[in-house]
Design a binder for this molecule. Structure first.
Ligand code: AMP
Ligand code: MG
Length: 520
């Protein structure tokens, strides 16, 4: 096996829990607890990310070896691994929830990748930790497949995200009540090894702050800046903290704009699921927009309040940043730099939204009127029950001299609504054509830009569900195939048209497709 050199900087640099018993408890004054993964019965590698494996230096023989599956199921360690779970809190659905922590995530260690980046390797579903509260520390196959695939799909869409190295079946079953409605069932278990420069969340900063552990908070902030924001070492000491918060706000704005571009709904944007590095983190009951519906939330746990619906994501991200600002405020003599950071969120998001509009419509720039043009297209998509991804892809490929509405015949989910809104589409296309006449790009350049901006393949819930059901019956090849498709989301992939299709009727109201929950 490749010799990996693990650095344990987090443990060396920050206070740990002196108690090494693996029992559920409140951990104060410490940011991590030593904990061993709990071995599983029969680890079997179902899929891996070739890009991530290459960065970490694993070759095909090593990946296929039993040792690889054992290490990434938590049954053994490579030399130098010192596993630990971290301590964090968070606001869940708008309320302070106190200590949460890595209840089923265990970090194995951090290694330098061949890309020059440090990568933390973390198992999700590898057993109980001091932070497991009432739960079992395990993860089911269906949610592990979803996290594994979506991490990689998001990366290939060019949106910041934690990554995934491997997906290993445990050979054990886990009891889950999928919709919390009193129908628990045994389901196959799995472990994902996810990979990121860091898994630090807003909640890591909120918890010591809420407890008045200001020194601990300060140490964590200093560590985070030194290790993950080295560019800020150039800032003067009195500006560094404010510059850091502003950078978090800007990254978060760009992150959310990325989600809005491709129709991704995170589903549980609690502050414990917000990465301090501005990455997509914690893939749970997420979903993708099929028919355009700004109110869509895939998360049944959120079906009432719809706090985490698609078009509320920017404002929820802002609210989460205000919670982070509040948590950091004991380190600031004056709130002005925190307010400046929040203002930078609004400014960066507005800029990114303009880039989205220009990119999605194939315009060299987004003018004020173009915002209206986009809003009107969205109104039509919603009224027509048109598929967001297919609409923009169809628009990308449309010859501008023949902006015909029949090109859009296949993007609808409801024939009646298609017919009823045909005039609206016709009128919109007319305005779009006029707008394009005033745009400097030629048709070919526009088409290429639009195709690179508007993906053809997204990880639609029904695609993931189909691969999951096959895997549950013992055939993981659908996962590997889906990963392969998602590696090139903007390219035409002849023979794989099925993966770019509309949601089929069977998936409309199906568990795992339109309905998901936090039970995973
Ligand atoms: P999530 O809803 O996945 O963001 O998780 C919220 C909190 O619950 C985090 O502290 C998780 O570590 C914890 N958690 C979720 N599922 C489990 C589980 N099966 N076992 C232990 N802790 C869990
Ligand atoms: Mg979480």
């Amino acid at each position: 096996m490749a010799t990996l050199h693990f650095d344990n900087a987090f443990q060396q640099g920050l206070p740990g829990d002196p108690d090494s018993r693996n029992v559920v408890r409140e951990v104060r004054g410490a940011l991590w607890s030593e904990v061993m993964p709990a071995p599983v019965a029969a680890p079997k590698l179902l899929a891996h990310s070739p890009e991530m494996a290459a960065i970490l230096g694993f070759d095909d023989v090593e990946i296929a070896s039993p040792e690889f599956a054992e290490v990434f199921a938590g049954n053994r360690l490579f030399d130098g691994m010192r596993p630990y779970a971290t301590n964090y809190g968070g606001h869940q659905f708008g309320r302070w929830a106190g200590q949460l922590g890595d209840g089923r995530a265990i970090t194995l260690g951090t290694v330098a990748g061949s890309d020059g980046q440090d990568w933390e390797l973390q198992l999700k579903g590898a057993g109980r930790t001091p932070y497991s509260r009432h739960a079992d520390g395990r993860a089911v196959l269906r949610s592990s497949v979803r996290e594994f695939l979506c991490s990689e799909a998001m990366h290939h869409l060019g949106i910041p995200t934690t990554r995934a190295l491997s997906l290993v079946a445990t050979g054990e079953e886990v009891l889950r009540d999928m919709f919390y409605d009193g129908h628990p069932e045994m389901e196959p278990g799995a472990v994902v090894c996810r990979v990121s420069p860091s898994f630090l969340r807003f909640g890591h900063f909120e918890l010591p702050s809420a407890r008045g552990e200001v020194d601990l908070l300060r140490r964590l902030v200093d560590f985070t800046i030194a290790r993950h924001f080295p560019e800020l070492n150039a800032s003067s000491p009195e500006h560094r903290l404010g510059d850091w918060f502003t950078e978090i706000c800007r990254r978060t704005a760009r992150l959310v704009a990325g989600w809005m571009r491709v129709g991704f709904v995170h589903g549980v944007l609690n502050t414990d699921n917000m990465s301090i590095l501005g990455l997509t983190i914690d893939y749970g009951p997420y979903g993708w927009i099929d028919d355009y519906d700004p109110d869509f939330t895939p998360n049944t746990t959120d079906a009432q309040g719809r706090r985490y619906r698609f078009d509320w994501q920017p404002r929820v991200a802002y609210w989460n940043l205000t919670q982070l600002a509040r948590a950091l405020s004991p380190l600031f003599a004056d709130v002005a730099p925190l307010q400046a950071g929040l203002d930078a969120f609004a400014e960066t998001y507005a800029e990114a939204e303009r880039v989205n509009i220009a990119g999605k419509l194939g315009l060299a720039e987004c003018r004020d009127d173009d915002r209206v043009l986009m809003a009107d297209l969205q109104s039509w998509m919603q009224a027509a029950e048109a598929d967001m991804t297919l609409v923009f892809r169809t628009l990308s490929d449309l010859p501008m001299d023949a902006l015909a509405i029949d090109a859009f015949d296949d993007v609808h989910y409801d024939v009646g609504k298609r017919i009823a809104t045909a005039g609206q589409l016709q009128a919109w296309l007319q305005r779009y054509r006029q707008r394009l006449a005033d745009d400097p790009h030629d048709a070919m350049a526009r088409r290429d830009r639009m195709r690179a901006f508007n993906p053809k393949y997204i990880l639609r819930n029904w695609l993931a569900q189909r691969a999951i059901e096959r895997a549950q019956q013992g055939d993981p090849s659908g996962i590997v195939e889906l990963l392969e498709v998602m590696r090139h989301p903007c390219d035409d992939q002849p023979g794989r048209e099925d993966f770019a299709g509309k949601r089929p009727d069977w998936a409309r109201n199906r568990a795992g497709c339109s309905m998901l929950s936090c039970s995973s």
